[in-house]
Design a protein around this ligand. Structure first.
Ligand SMILES: Cc1cn([C@H]2C[C@H](O)[C@@H](COP(=O)(O)OP(=O)(O)O[C@H]3O[C@@H](C)C(=O)[C@@H](O)[C@H]3O)O2)c(=O)[nH]c1=O
Length: 178
């Protein structure tokens, strides 16, 4: 397993190694000794229909470690941490069943998951689910500087009626006491 830094401090790409043989493949997806930056205490599996977008969300407490098991995900990232050298930086990463990349996302890095085709992803988190740690904004807020390849994706009610960017920042900094 090889890790790569990204243009956002603390977002790490883990290139997983697949062992392929006549039967299929075998891939280690997590070892406690890998530097995901946090201890995973909850694991989730999520299916999404074609043209679904989840997010954009940001967490004050928990980190995410995610990978795609089938299909593709365009992962949009945007840093709002006041103490980060990469505050304001945005980036897209491509994840797929084929490229076997796992990504660690720390608190304070906004993220949205877009699925151009039906997909299943697996992710772990560093704290148990807490709805009060689920801040976010509308996926197409211009301040995110993320040009999604969709204008009208399938969204949850929460994401469709989410805050605008400045409301999200106000809540994040108030909640984070940053
Ligand atoms: C996140 C979560 C949701 N749920 C429930 C709540 C709800 O009924 C259903 C769907 O939840 P949501 O609509 O919040 O799922 P979703 O919009 O996919 O939320 C996720 O989005 C991505 C972008 C992230 O950043 C994740 O951390 C998480 O916020 O599952 C749990 O039971 N446990 C959990 O850990």
């Amino acid at each position: 397993m090889k890790t790569e830094e990204t243009s956002i401090e603390g977002v790490i790409v883990h290139d997983l190694v697949s062992h392929i043989d006549d039967r299929g493949s075998f891939t280690e997806i997590y070892r406690e000794t890998w530097l995901t930056g946090f201890k995973s205490i909850q694991w989730n599996i999520v299916t999404s229909k074609e043209d679904t977008l989840r997010g954009v969300h940001v967490h004050k407490d928990h980190s995410d470690y995610l990978m795609v098991l089938s299909g593709k995900m365009l992962l949009g990232l945007h840093d709002i941490r006041r103490d980060s050298p990469t505050i304001g930086t945005s980036q897209f990463l491509d994840l797929s069943a084929e490229n076997r990349r796992a990504v660690s996302i720390p608190p304070g890095v906004c993220h949205g998951f877009y699925f151009p085709q039906a997909a299943t992803h697996l992710y772990s988190v560093s704290t148990y689910f807490d709805p009060t740690d689920e801040l976010g904004c509308k996926f197409d807020c211009p301040e995110l500087n993320l040009s999604w390849p969709t204008k009208d994706p399938i969204l949850s009610d929460r994401d469709r009626t989410a805050d605008n960017y400045s409301q999200m920042l106000d809540k994040f900094y108030a909640d984070a006491n940053a």
